[in-house]
Design a protein around this ligand. Structure first.
Ligand SMILES: Nc1ncnc2c1ncn2[C@@H]1O[C@H](COP(=O)(O)OP(=O)(O)OP(=O)(O)O)[C@@H](O)[C@H]1O
Length: 643
C-alpha cells in the first residue's frame, strides 16, 4: 500500500517510474516481475524492496541493510527526488515486518530473498557470502603446528637482521605458517612480495626436510597484476637464502585467478570446484583487494581442505569492481591486531618479538581470523620517493593539513596543477617530458627491421607505456576517461602524431572483457605497433597489437581480431589497480562527485612510483571532499567472521 501523489500506482508502475528515473535497472524490474509470478500475493513493498536489493549489486553492495544509517543513500542515492521517495511508504521496521511475513523471504536460503537480521539479500548473494565465511572458518580450524624450534630456526635464518623492533614480515610468516589461511596486508612497498617469497622458502624447506615437495601455485586477479608479480617474485626468489633445491622448488610464474581455476569456453563455471579441486598444497593470491565475493567463493570452493591459502593485498585500496569488499572485510581490524595471548606467546617463541601492544581487549576482541592476519607497517620503497608514501598515509588518515603539507614539502615528486577545462594544459602535460606521449610515438615510429627483434622492441615500448599514466575516477562526463581519451586523441591528431583512423601506430588499448581464445583478460593493456614484414620480397608495414602475457612473452594480435578494446591514454582508477606507473597523473573534476572517495584517491596515489601529479579542474576543496568520503559496501561477511 502506498500514499500521496502516486497512490493509484501498481507495484509495476512504481518500478517502471523508478527505472525511468535511473533509480532501478531493467534487470531489477525483471527480478520483481519474476518474484511476482512465483508469488502473486507478494506485497507492493516486498516487490519494491526486492528490486532495490537487486539494484544494490550495481554499486557493489551484497545486500540492502535496512538498519544501516546509509540506507537512504543506498535506496535513493545522494540527492533523493522527494516525490519519488514516497513510492516506498513506511519505515524500515514496517518493511522488516512485511518481509518476515512474506512467502518470498526466509532466513535459511530456501526462498528467492533471504533476510539475515536486518540485511535483505537475493539468495545467490547470501549463499556466496555464507559459503565464503564457512570456508574461511574451516580453513582456520585446519591448524598445522610446526615444531616451534624448527620454525624459530628457519625464521631466524630467513630474517637475519631482525633487531629489537618487531619485524612484521617475520611475524606474518610465522602466523601464516600455522593454519590453512594467512592474510598479509600492507600498503605499497611494505614488502608483501618479499614476505611471501620468504614464506614460500620457509614452508618449502620445512616440507622438503620431510621429503615432501609442496605443490605451490601463485595467482593474481588480473593479467597485469600477475605479470608484475611474476617479475618481482622472480627477482626475489633469486635472492632467497635457502639451498638450491628449495629455491628450484619455488615457482616464479604467476597466473590469473581465472586461469588458475580453469576457464571453460562458453561457460561461467570453472574446471576446478569442490568436486574437482586444484592440485596444490599452497595457493598464494596477490592483489586480493580486487577479488569480489563471487570470485572468492569460487576460489575457496576450488581448494581442497588441506590446501593452504595465503591472501596478499592492500586493505585500504578500492574494493573490487563487482559486489563485495572481501579484503576490507577480512582485514577489518588488521590495524589494531587484536591478538590473543596464545598468538602473542607464539610470536614471542618463534620470532622473539613482542606484539602485546596489539593485544585484543574486552571492547575489541579478536576472532580466529585476526590471529592469522598480519599488517606490514614499514614502507621500504618510499625511501626513494618518500613524498608518495607520506601523501598516501595522509589521505588514508583523512589528515587534510598533512595532505597539503606533503604537496609543499615534496614538491619534487608531488605536484598540484590547477587546469582550465577549455585550455590545452592537460594535453601539453601528457605529450611532453621524458615519459610523455611524444617520446612514445617517436619510438613507435622506428620499428626494427629484423623479425627476431620484434618481441624485445615491443616489450621495451610496453614498459615505456608505464612511465606515465593519466587516471580518472570517472568514466563518463567531461572529466571521465571516455571524453579524456577522445580529447587526447584529437590533440595527437592536431599535432600530426596520430592519423584520423581507428587503428594507428602508438594507439594504446585496454581489453574490456576476457577473451579466452586469445588468452587476454579484461584490463590487459596492449600497444598498436607497425611491423615491417617481407611480402613477396617487398617490405610491408603491418599493424599488430602487442600484449605482454603474465609469463613475459609478447602476444601479437591483429587489430581486427580485437572487438572488446578501448583507447587508454586515460584509465579509470579501478582499472589501474595491480599496476604501477613511474608518473601517475590524476584528473579531478570541477566539483565533488559521489564516486570520488578516499579509497579511490589512495589507490591513485599508490599507483605512482616516482611522481604523482594532481590535475585539478576545480577548487582544491574537490580533493578534500573526496578524502573525507569513505567507501562503504553493505555486506554481512565481517559480522559473520567476527561473530
Ligand atoms: N625488510 C626489508 N628490508 C629492506 N628492504 C626491503 C625489506 N622488505 C622489502 N624491501 C624492499 O622494498 C621494496 C618493496 O618490497 P616488495 O616489492 O616486497 O613490496 P610490496 O608490498 O610487495 O610492494 P607492492 O606495492 O609492489 O605490492 C623492494 O625493493 C624490497 O627489496
Amino acid at each position: 500500500m502506498q500514499t500521496d501523489l502516486f497512490s493509484a500506482l501498481t507495484w509495476e508502475d512504481a518500478l517502471l517510474l523508478l527505472r525511468d528515473n535511473n533509480l532501478l535497472r531493467d534487470l531489477d524490474v525483471a527480478i520483481a516481475r519474476f518474484l511476482n509470478q512465483q508469488c502473486p500475493q507478494a506485497s507492493y513493498e516486498v516487490l519494491l524492496l526486492a528490486a532495490f536489493t537487486s539494484n544494490q549489486q550495481a554499486s557493489g553492495h551484497l545486500c540492502l541493510d535496512l538498519k544501516n544509517r546509509q540506507l537512504a543513500t543506498q535506496l535513493w542515492g545522494t540527492s533523493p527526488p522527494p516525490e519519488l521517495v514516497t513510492l516506498l511508504p513506511g519505515k524500515p521496521d514496517d518493511w522488516l515486518h512485511d518481509l518476515r511475513q512474506s512467502p518470498l523471504v526466509s532466513q535459511d536460503g530456501n526462498t528467492p530473498l533471504v533476510l539475515d537480521g536486518s540485511r535483505l539479500y537475493l539468495r545467490r548473494n547470501w549463499a556466496r557470502e555464507v559459503s565464503v565465511a564457512e570456508a574461511i572458518d574451516q580453513r582456520l580450524a585446519t591448524v598445522s603446528p610446526l615444531p616451534v624450534k624448527r620454525l624459530r630456526d628457519a625464521l631466524t635464518r630467513l630474517f637475519p637482521s631482525a633487531d629489537d623492533q618487531t619485524d612484521w614480515q617475520q611475524v606474518a610468516c610465522a602466523l601464516a605458517s600455522r593454519s590453512g589461511i594467512g592474510i598479509i596486508t600492507g600498503g605499497p612497498g611494505t614488502g608483501k612480495t618479499t614476505t611471501v617469497v620468504r614464506l614460500l622458502g620457509l614452508l618449502q624447506s620445512l616440507s622438503m626436510a620431510s621429503n615432501q615437495r609442496l605443490r605451490i601455485r601463485l595467482a593474481a586477479p588480473t593479467g597485469k597484476a600477475a605479470a608484475r608479480l611474476t617479475e618481482s617474485i622472480g627477482e626475489q626468489v633469486q635472492q632467497l637464502d635457502v639451498v638450491t633445491a628449495v629455491r628450484d622448488a619455488i615457482p616464479t610464474e604467476v597466473t590469473t585467478l581465472h586461469r588458475l581455476l580453469g576457464t571453460r569456453p562458453d561457460s561461467r563455471h570453472f574446471r576446478h570446484h569442490a568436486d574437482n579441486p586444484l592440485h596444490a598444497d599452497l595457493v598464494v593470491v596477490d592483489e586480493a583487494s580486487m577479488i569480489d565475493m563471487d570470485m572468492m567463493a569460487r576460489l575457496l570452493e576450488a581448494l581442497s581442505p588441506h590446501t593452504r591459502l595465503i591472501l596478499l593485498g592492500d586493505k585500504d585500496q578500492l574494493a573490487s569492481v563487482e559486489a563485495g569488499a572481501v579484503m576490507g572485510d577480512l582485514c577489518r581490524h588488521a590495524h589494531q591486531g587484536r591478538y590473543k595471548q596464545s598468538t602473542i606467546d607464539f610470536v614471542q617463541d618463534t620470532c622473539g618479538a613482542d606484539i602485546s601492544n596489539y593485544q585484543e581487549t574486552e571492547q575489541a576482541p579478536g576472532n580466529a581470523l585476526a590471529q592469522q592476519t598480519a599488517m606490514l607497517r614499514t614502507n621500504w620503497r618510499s625511501k626513494d620517493s618518500p613524498g608518495i608514501g607520506e601523501l598516501a598515509r595522509a589521505v588514508n588518515e583523512e589528515n587534510l593539513p598533512q595532505v597539503r603539507k606533503a604537496f609543499q614539502q615534496y614538491n619534487d615528486s608531488l605536484h598540484r596543477h590547477p587546469l582550465r577545462s577549455d585550455g590545452q594544459q592537460l594535453e601539453t602535460q601528457l605529450l611532453n617530458g621524458s615519459g610523455g606521449l611524444r617520446a612514445l610515438f617517436n619510438a613507435v615510429a622506428t620499428p626494427p627491421t629484423q623479425r627476431q627483434d620484434f618481441d624485445g622492441w615491443a616489450a621495451g615500448l610496453l614498459k615505456q607505456l608505464t612511465h606515465q599514466q593519466l587516471l580518472s575516477g570517472l568514466r563518463s562526463g567531461p572529466f571521465g576517461v571516455e571524453q579524456l581519451n577522445q580529447r587526447i586523441t584529437r590533440h595527437l591528431q592536431q599535432q600530426d602524431l596520430a592519423p584520423e583512423r581507428e587503428w594507428y601506430p602508438g594507439r594504446p588499448v585496454m581489453m574490456t572483457r576476457n577473451d579466452y581464445q586469445l588468452g587476454l583478460m579484461n584490463g590487459d593493456v596492449g600497444l598498436t605497433l607497425p611491423l615491417l614484414e617481407q611480402r613477396n620480397d617487398k617490405p610491408e608495414l603491418l599493424l599488430r597489437v602487442a600484449f605482454q602475457l603474465p609469463d613475459g612473452r609478447i602476444k601479437w594480435v591483429l587489430p581486427s581480431r580485437l572487438d572488446g578494446v578501448e583507447t587508454v591514454y586515460a584509465m579509470t582508477v579501478h582499472k589501474s589497480q595491480g599496476s604501477e606507473f613511474r608518473h601517475t597523473l590524476l584528473v579531478l573534476p570541477d566539483a565533488p562527485h559521489p564516486l570520488l572517495t578516499r579509497e579511490l584517491i589512495y589507490t591513485a596515489v599508490t599507483r605512482a612510483r616516482d611522481r604523482f601529479t594532481l590535475l585539478e579542474f576545480g577548487k582544491p576543496a574537490v580533493l578534500d571532499s573526496a578524502v573525507k568520503k569513505r567507501t562503504w559496501r553493505a555486506s554481512g561477511l565481517a559480522e559473520r567472521l567476527f561473530k
